[in-house]
Design a protein around this ligand. Sequence first.
Ligand code: ADP
Length: 421
Amino acid sequence: MQSEGTDAVEQLRASEYRYRNMFAAMTVSFWELDFSGAGRIIYGLRKQGVSDLRRHFVEHPGVVRDLMKASIVLDVNDKSVSQFGAAGREVLLGPVDRYWPVASENVFAESVIAALGGKPYFEQVTRLRRLDGSEFDVLFTASFPRDSVERGILLIGLVDLTDTKRAQDELARVQADLAHAARVSTLGELTASIAHEVNQPLAAIVTNGEASLRWLNRAQPDLDEARAAINRMIADGQRASGIIARIRAMSTKTAPDPAHHDPNTLVSDASLLVQREIETHDVKLILDLAAGLPPVTADLVQVQQVVMNLLVNAIQAMAACEACQEVGRRLTVRTRPDAEIAGVRVEVEDAGPGIEPDKADQLFNAFFTTKATGMGMGLSICKSIIEAHGGRIWARNKPTGRGAVFGFTLPEAAAPSGSSA
Ligand code: ADP
């Protein structure tokens, strides 16, 4: 009996020894985290009646910070010491919040939600902060074995993605350059064809204008000839505007493929597509999505393009504004029911410099841009898309504080035919 007991203790010791060795020698950072303080905060929230934690975190971002402050690093391996630029292991122990930039807060919040939701693990790419304040890209993984979660202990793994990310950034830059070149060359071709088509009627207008002056300037003005020349001018003017209308129709018509969509899914999928821009510019994205919205009829690709364009504009506006850094680059995407058109309203709100009052009318015009390398086509295309969907798009400044709000509406999807009969 005694020897069986001694064996078990030996085995446990050997297993602990193996675990410690692995923990120390891995090329991945490992942290042992005491989560019990954070657990108490969450228990308190639940007692107060908070059932939707994700929503609570969105409405009270300070709570996520508090959870980080209450999550304590108990132990780290050697790799963590070099990865975070620490002089020794002990320096890294303590609350985790100092390693988390604001822009990565939602990843922490999601990992908490995953742990409480009984998921076995959580994994996401994010950015963390070294001790010197510099940030780096990591694959953050947290595993939640039930017995350790019950003891309030979590195991975190951090894989440094700096090199991978650098290669991806380079690839993205080359792709962006290519896309830009393609756009510019299409625009060049378009401009050349517009110039060619419109030049003819314009030249004819000038010729007819000169002719009509000559008929009028005669000692005996020939009013019939002058009238005929002016009529030709009008016809040429109408031809030119017809050409412009045709080109416009050609460039906006992209065979829409409408279907019923959940507006919240549409918006959050579009946000995922600009996740990279969000992280690169240290932006904190807040998805404030109303529950129980009706589906909308939309061409998914086109409307996602609108959302992405508004998000990228907002990110660029905040990136270009140094004063905005102090207040934090918060980007809120809001969905709400809209009574005016019996549908849904989507708003993208930033904390950038806002819109200059004298420019507000021009923002949606084609080729209006205040950016050195801008094309000024984004908002004009957004307007065509939203209006083709039976919605409305607008821009205004935030009523209080700094920032712009771009919003659009989409009508509620009609009930499938036959269902009302
Ligand atoms: P581009 O991005 O190429 O300039 P857009 O049509 O998308 O073209 O935008 C037109 C202009 O509207 C921008 O150059 C900028 O001046 C203004 N604008 C767009 N979004 C914002 C925003 N979120 N905050 C402030 N100004 C904005």
